[in-house]
Structure formats: structure tokens, C-alpha cells
Design a protein around this ligand. Structure first.
Ligand SMILES: C[S@@+](CC[C@H](N)C(=O)[O-])C[C@H]1O[C@@H](n2cnc3c(N)ncnc32)[C@H](O)[C@@H]1O
Length: 204
């Protein structure tokens, strides 16, 4: 089984790839198209990285907490929060696969391009469910199954994307309902294109 990836090393230059910035904007827009976000809502963005999606959603929410297991990513996001004066963005350094969870309850949990780095997804989805208010939403964006051609370095890649059926099954197994999955964006990398799925679901 492949080992964990060192995201600390990638954090400083993460935002320099235009395709990452573009994808985050498209994912944030797709989330807003599918979920009626409210200014009274508190959200959690897990595997937030440098906050590319987190900071896009912050203006339409009461608060958003970015959580990540990489201190390099969290440091970079903290610098952006200070530089641009985001007063409603919080950060928590925690490894969700070790069972660590941020404190608080949320109306929305988001994640973009993190799921394929999580070995055991259903247990994580189950524990995240305990953080949602009744009726709360989860929105997961990740690669559609790509057979292993997306990552040049496979370290820390536990899934080569997901089929619609797989995502739906994992969410159902973890106890979510109102599951809906569609293509939210397309990543162009070299001469290849990779569709990105957005799965949304709710807790009762
Ligand atoms: C491909 S990056 C995506 C970052 C960001 N969401 C974006 O769209 O730019 C995946 C992120 O997930 C984080 N991550 C991976 N495993 C994690 C875990 N077990 N707990 C928390 N964060 C994790 C990594 O540190 C990294 O920042």
C-alpha cells in the first residue's frame, strides 16, 4: 500500500498551478449551484490545503473552518487569512484518518481533491456526519475514475478517482441521504482531460 504524501513540501508553490485555482473556483461555483448556502451557516472544508475552495466560499457563509493534516498547507492558509483580512475563516491542523476531528457543529462540510488521498473513506464519512447539524450537507469534489494517469507521483494516492456508483454507495453506507452526483469541472493536464465529480448529500 502506498505511503502518505508530503504535502508540506508542496504548500508554498501550491497556488502557482493555474489549473488548481481554476478548479477551486469551479468547484465552489458548483457547490453554490447545488446547495442553497446561507449567510447564517458554519462550514468545514476538510483537506483544505491552501484554502483555494475555503476562501471562495467564505464570503457567502458565517464562518468556514479549513482543516488539513499538513502544517505547511495550514501555515500558507493562515498567511492568506492575515494578508487578505478574512475574519470568518478559521483553521485547524488535524489528521482526519487518525480519528482527530475539529470541534463544533456545521451546516455544510466540503472537500475538494482530498478524498482520493484517504484510504478508508466510509469511516471518515461516518465521523464527519456527527459534526453536521440535522439537515446539514456534505459536498465532495473529486476525480472521476481515471485509471492512475492523473498523478505523476502515486505516493499517498489511495484511489484513482471514483465512479458515480462508488461515491453514491460510500455516502449511502455512511448514512447520508438525498445523494446527488454530477460533473462539476474538467481538469486539463497536458493533452489529457479529467472530469471532476461533485457528490452532494444530506443528513436527516
Ligand atoms: C490534493 S490536496 C487538495 C487541497 C485543496 N482542497 C485544493 O483543492 O487545493 C489534498 C489535501 O488533503 C490533505 N489531506 C490528505 N490526507 C488528509 C487527512 N488524513 N486529514 C486531513 N487532511 C488530509 C493534504 O494535506 C492536502 O492539503
Amino acid at each position: 500500500m502506498t505511503e502518505r504524501r508530503d504535502f508540506d513540501a508542496a504548500a508554498l508553490n501550491w497556488d502557482e498551478k493555474p489549473r488548481r485555482v481554476k478548479l477551486a473556483a469551479e468547484v465552489a461555483e458548483a457547490i453554490q449551484d447545488k446547495i442553497p448556502l446561507k449567510k447564517e451557516w458554519d462550514a468545514l472544508d476538510f483537506g483544505c490545503g491552501t484554502g483555494l475552495v475555503t476562501l471562495q466560499l467564505a464570503p457567502v457563509l458565517r464562518s468556514i473552518t479549513g482543516t488539513d493534516s499538513s502544517s505547511g498547507m495550514i501555515d500558507t492558509l493562515n498567511n492568506k487569512i492575515q494578508t487578505y483580512g478574512f475574519s470568518n475563516v478559521l483553521t485547524v491542523l488535524c489528521d482526519l484518518e487518525k480519528g482527530d476531528l475539529p470541534s463544533g457543529r456545521f451546516h455544510l462540510i466540503t472537500s475538494s481533491m482530498t478524498l482520493h488521498h484517504i484510504k478508508e473513506i466510509v469511516p471518515l464519512l461516518k465521523s464527519l456526519k456527527t459534526l453536521l447539524h440535522p439537515g446539514g450537507w456534505i459536498a465532495l469534489a473529486d476525480l472521476e475514475f481515471e485509471g492512475g494517469s492523473f498523478h505523476d507521483d502515486p505516493t499517498g494516492v489511495f484511489h484513482h478517482g471514483f465512479s458515480t456508483e462508488e461515491l453514491a454507495e460510500m455516502l449511502a453506507k455512511a448514512g447520508y441521504s438525498s445523494i446527488s452526483i454530477n460533473t462539476a469541472a474538467t481538469i486539463v493536464k497536458g493533452d489529457q482531460t479529467f472530469p471532476v465529480l461533485l457528490a452532494t448529500a444530506q443528513v436527516e
